[in-house]
Design a protein around this ligand. Sequence first.
Ligand code: BDP
Length: 722
Amino acid sequence: MVFAILRRGGRFTLLAFQLVIALGLAAPAPAEDGYDLWLRYAPLGEEARAAWAGSFEGISVPGPASPVMDAAAGELQRGLRGLLGRDIDPADSGADLVLATPGRLPALDTLDLPLADLGEEGYLVRRVALDERTVTLVAGNTDRGVLYGVFALLRHLGTGHSPAALDLVDAPSVEWRVLNHWDNLDRSVERGYAGQSIWDWWRLPGQTEQRYVDYARANASLGINGTVLNNVNASALVLTPRYLDKVAAIADALRPWGLRVFLSARFSAPVDIGGLATSDPLDPAVRDWWRDKADEIYARIPDFGGLLVKANSEGQPGPREHGRSHAEGANALADALAPHGGVVFWRAFVYSDTDPEDRVRQAYTEFKPLDGDFADNVLVQVKNGPLDFQPREPFHPLFGAMPETPLAMEFQVTQEYLGFSTHLVYLGTMWEEVLQSDTHREGPGSTVAKVVDGRLQGHALTGMAGVANTGMDRDWSGHPFAQANWYAFGRLAWDPDRGAADIAREWLAQTFSRETAFVDPATTLMMGSREAAVNYMTPLGLAHLMGTGHHYGPAPWVDDLGRPEWNPYYYHRADTEAIGFDRTAAGSDAVSQYAPPLAQRFGSLDSVPDEMLLWFHRLPWDHPVGGVTLWEALVAHYDLGVAQARQMQADWAKLSRWVDAERHARVKRFLDIQAREAQWWRDACLAYFSEVSGRPLPPGAEPPAHSLEHYRSLTFPFAPGN
Ligand code: BDP
């Protein structure tokens, strides 16, 4: 009866809850739409609340009011109201929760706190004796540090930690922690799977939305401190005064949350909107144009972060047309920004339609010789792998190979090649794998993380970028679990050495439930999800088998497009004899772009890991892999991927107790789609490889549900993000 009432919802829900509680049954969580992300501040249980009793009676913020401190204090009130169920007084004095910097509260200097190590953005949250009272101090050297400390304190409570353990001291390892929006001015989002762009360009600057503020809060909670508002395939229009006014309005909305605005710049802007005859970066008029443009931007946005540039790649203009190098191009913009403290993120995602060189070699070939030529305020932004955000790639060989140049990491949070926002694929594990890869550039232990955070080669200017997965979908990212990828990106940008499992646990506890009985199995589910996707899409080092253009679903058969590297066939090269891309010395020799111990490891069949097998080697179908033939191993991996996708369905079904019905059902439906699509991937790829290899499926393997012709005939007009 209770559940019948519950199902009717609406005004019966409250009654039903009361009834359920009265009967002593566990009440299902109320419906949620995901808008609040991990900032739900769901009430702590009785015991946990009791542990915090007597703390947090009032908040004091010494010194003058500031937008950042107002944001911090407001968030603290909101968070504690949710977690502890009580309103905390904003009080000037006598409060036991103190938000302060040394400038605001000189008494901090007498407390012997390790503030000197915290830099501009670090924080400390600790119980200290102040004016003969014990207070919880949230301190930083700047208001932004305090803001991050407030979020750390709320996370501490929100993940169920006790007052006894309250001693939080942390500072970011990476200077620029930046989202990259591939959002166009017409509000379409390149590779976006969560609705329209959150930036409502048309109504700006007059109208700004609450969503901008909530977006900024979410980023601040992770320590993300920059955002590039527009697509790397940029329209120069964004640099015109009309749009700069709009950009300034967004910057104003984000600023209280420590989030600085950047723009993607089109390299030919001096011609496109400036009326010049050339964009040659060494032409004095062009240099003046960029300088004037920078002045114009900073007049509106004094803390503007800088510019991101995609040049000479996939049809974008760049310095090459003028016979100039990427360094000469980057430096023209960097010189214009330097007087204002701005930086340039110059992308290394460069390959050419006229270059016959193996595509994965091209960026290294082009950029490595430029090491040392870039201005001091340029970061070269490198994708995690040398191809393009595939389910699995080796790390990009440029990491560690340009010791004189700060290299920023570029991860893709949006799941262009990983099931859009329909598949549950937790990317934390993939990013951890990349960051913990050893480049061997300065001896063993030279991890990618150490390159990116500047430790290895002594850079203070450092950065990590994530291609955003946000849109106008009510839950921001399209899939409740896609939010975890935004979360994981932010946490790893702050500390690239964090573990993916820890991050998953933290996110789950705040997003769904703190109960160990939920967090443990849900963490296991998340941690296995990326390997499942690798298995059902591109196992054993295969890559880029996705449908050309939209990248939805399998299409390994495509081999008739103009540019060779646009064809999935280019990457697997399967025929009757063999499959895989020979990147050893006998082939494209891409292995030689890695440090010698790795070149050796990847290049030899005795030591190459199975996960990278066909990335580096072209092998006969009978080549032995783990006691079976390569063909059998391939089939087994695809089968395993399908089994793993089905297991996720079963595992999620068991967790309904801890999740509100709305989000549980949404995830369930997505997992159903994912399991069907995993089967489709497996069937289509095996039907194709079986045909080209001339090999039947091994005995006992399930035949594909349809003919190869059927899979080849599928088309997907209006696939999103394309
Ligand atoms: C590719 C995307 C394309 C992007 C490009 C890039 O398919 O939409 O413009 O990366 O990173 O993966 O520039």
